[in-house]
Design a protein around this ligand. Structure first.
Ligand code: 5AD
Ligand code: SF4
Length: 445
């Protein structure tokens, strides 16, 4: 009998890549993927644990999914990913209908684990020091972009972060396996490769560091762009900057998480850099790669963040001038160091701080995008927008979502688009009505 498998993914791109890895494993074991949970014999949720909000949402979703088991008791309900690793057996206590809990290092054996879970509740949460899945072939989703995990885990132990505890120690894939995956992605028709890792630029395999990996990947024919996320500022070596500058296929965009602009907070976060060091790094990057677009992550309301610390962050964001920013309210994660410290910023104040930063960033993003008006940007075409089939979208080299009139462009092509208007979230080509694309959600399919 054919076995049908349904998967839902939450969290970051690492998880998207891991789901593709699981789909590859299950495809080889004879499973067929279905798009609706009600058609599946195996339902898997690949989860995130980065903030409490993520876990709450997933609990809600698990509650909904358990009804499939009421109707068809043979269904296997599995939870994978960071929340599975974080909560382990507690997850089964809280949601007894869960048959399988599998952490990020258990995916190689997924088909066997599912078979075990048909017989009895199964827990696979042992972390590994060596597992990289480098030899496995993921079943990648269609599109122009291929995710390639080049390293796993994290050794930085920022005090707010749960990742080192749920994804284990840092380990890199062998360079030849990474390059084989890039070649494979090119052969499958992908145009952009995104290297993934929790601290992606800490990559190292013997003599091959992150810079050398970029240089080697840059030589693979067929690929138009090579991106990566997320680098840690303290691993951003001059060699890496130089490689970014020299590699033709590495576009001028960098996501460089800052977290806070206050040295006192950075130090308690154990980020290893000062604001001064970070800004000097930004200067070196901008000198080497003129016109590079920067984005970042910021946390507001970290324990002990004073009004003055917050204002310092505000000013730092203004000085640095990010093209875009992801801003989060601090969320204590049991297991991470800072969860032991008393929270000093209440919810209302966190809301005030995040709202202010988001508003200011929106204005900044709009100004940055407006400065592109009149220029021509190179867009890697992804497909039609949700709102209007004759208006297509893609990313510019600076990773800005760009909407343009279709006029025969093909998916995967790089086309020049003259920018006629801008919103905080997108560039609009000539002939695109600005009002239609107020938010990113209006654009993305
Ligand atoms: N609370 C809020 N935000 C967090 N992040 C990581 N851990 C937490 C936490 N406990 C944010 C950081 C990180 C991004 C992926 O998520 O900004 O860069
Ligand atoms: Fe990704 Fe971090 Fe969430 Fe895990 S906890 S899914 S690594 S964002």
């Amino acid at each position: 009998m054919e076995r049908r498998f349904y998967i839902e993914t939450y969290g970051c791109q690492m998880n998207v890549a891991d789901s593709e890895l699981m789909l590859g494993q299950l495809g080889r074991a004879g499973y067929r993927r279905v798009e609706r949970a009600e058609e599946a014999d195996v339902i898997l949720v690949n989860t995130c644990a980065i903030r409490e909000h993520a876990e709450q949402r997933i609990y809600g979703r698990l509650g909904e999914l358990t009804r499939h088991k009421l109707r068809r008791p043979g269904v296997v309900l599995g939870v994978a990913g960071c929340m599975a690793q974080h909560l382990r057996g507690k997850l089964m206590e809280r949601v007894p209908q869960v048959d399988l809990v599998v952490g990020p290092d258990g995916y190689r054996r997924l088909p066997e684990l599912i078979d075990e879970a048909r017989e009895e509740p199964t827990l696979a949460v042992r972390l590994s020091r060596v597992e990289t899945y480098g030899d496995l072939v993921p079943a990648r989703a269609d599109g122009v972009r291929a995710w390639v995990s080049i390293m796993r885990g994290c050794d930085k132990f920022c005090t707010f972060c749960i990742v080192p505890y749920v994804r284990g120690r840092e380990r890199s894939l062998p360079a030849d396996e990474v390059l084989r995956q890039v070649e494979h992605a090119a052969a499958e028709g992908f145009r952009e490769v995104v290297f993934l890792g929790q601290t992606v630029n800490a990559y190292r395999d013997g003599d091959v560091d992150f810079a050398e990996l970029l240089i080697r990947a840059d030589r693979v024919p067929g690929i138009a762009r090579i991106r990566f996320t997320s680098p840690h500022p303290s691993d951003m070596t001059d060699r890496a900057i130089d490689a970014m500058a020299r590699c033709e296929k590495v576009p001028p965009h960098l996501h460089l998480p800052l977290q806070s602009g206050s040295d006192a907070v950075l130090s308690r976060m154990r980020r290893i850099y000062s604001i001064d060091e970070y800004e000097r790094l930004v200067e070196r990057i901008r000198r080497a790669i003129p016109g590079i677009a920067l984005s970042t992550d910021i946390i507001v309301g970290f324990p002990g963040e004073t009004e003055e610390d917050f204002e310092t962050t505000r000013r730092a964001m203004d000085r640095i001038g990010y093209e875009s920013a992801f801003i989060f309210k601090y969320s204590p994660r049991p297991g991470a160091r800072s969860a032991e410290w008393p929270e000093t910023v209440d919810e209302e104040e966190k809301t005030r701080r995040i709202t202010l930063l988001i508003e200011e960033q929106k204005e900044r993003s709009l100004l940055k995008n407006e400065s592109d008006i009149g220029s021509i940007v190179e867009v890697l075409v992804e497909g039609p927008t949700k709102r209007n089939p004759s208006e297509w979208f893609g990313k510019s080299a600076q990773f800005k979502t760009t909407v343009f009139p279709h006029r025969g462009a093909r998916v995967g092509e790089v086309v020049p688009v003259r920018v006629a208007a801008a919103t905080p979230h997108a560039l609009l080509g000539e002939g695109v009505r600005a009002a239609t694309f107020a938010t990113v959600e209006d654009v993305l399919t």
